[in-house]
Write a protein that binds this ligand. Sequence first.
Ligand code: ATP
Ligand code: MG
Length: 131
Amino acid sequence: MNDPVLRLSAISKAYNPGAPNEVQVLRGIDLAVAPGEVVALVAPSGAGKSTLLHIAGLLDTADSGTVEIAGDDLTGQSDRRRTAVRRADVGFIYQFHHLLPEFTALENIVLPQLANGVARKTAEARGRELL
Ligand SMILES: Nc1ncnc2c1ncn2[C@@H]1O[C@H](COP(=O)(O)OP(=O)(O)OP(=O)(O)O)[C@@H](O)[C@H]1O
Ligand SMILES: [Mg+2]
């Protein structure tokens, strides 16, 4: 098998740790996804799917365990580095929300490219191609 594009090792996560309303959501999760592999995460509501995806996508951090993307161990990396990797290497497609309603569909696609240093014309051409 090719080296995984995503590797999660021994991921654990609790919300409100130490408080009476502590919820231990993830306990020692391992997951490896190969290039081109399609994976569906299926579990009952509240099982921790979103929590796991937020950690895999570098939006949230685990209490323990490691997150590697394309061979880079991003555990404990700075917010700036995690943001750069998220912008370059991770894509989220939300079902209902998180588009910017003040902008057109094309502008929603162009904006993150501009943040990544792509020239406006190039970003718009790529945006049109994707749409
Ligand atoms: N920010 C938070 N603070 C406290 N508890 C939370 C928080 N986010 C999620 N939880 C709890 O953690 C558990 C896992 O939630 P999560 O959203 O990851 O589940 P899910 O599998 O994505 O559920 P769904 O299928 O409904 O989207 C649930 O018990 C939820 O109530
Ligand atoms: Mg969810």
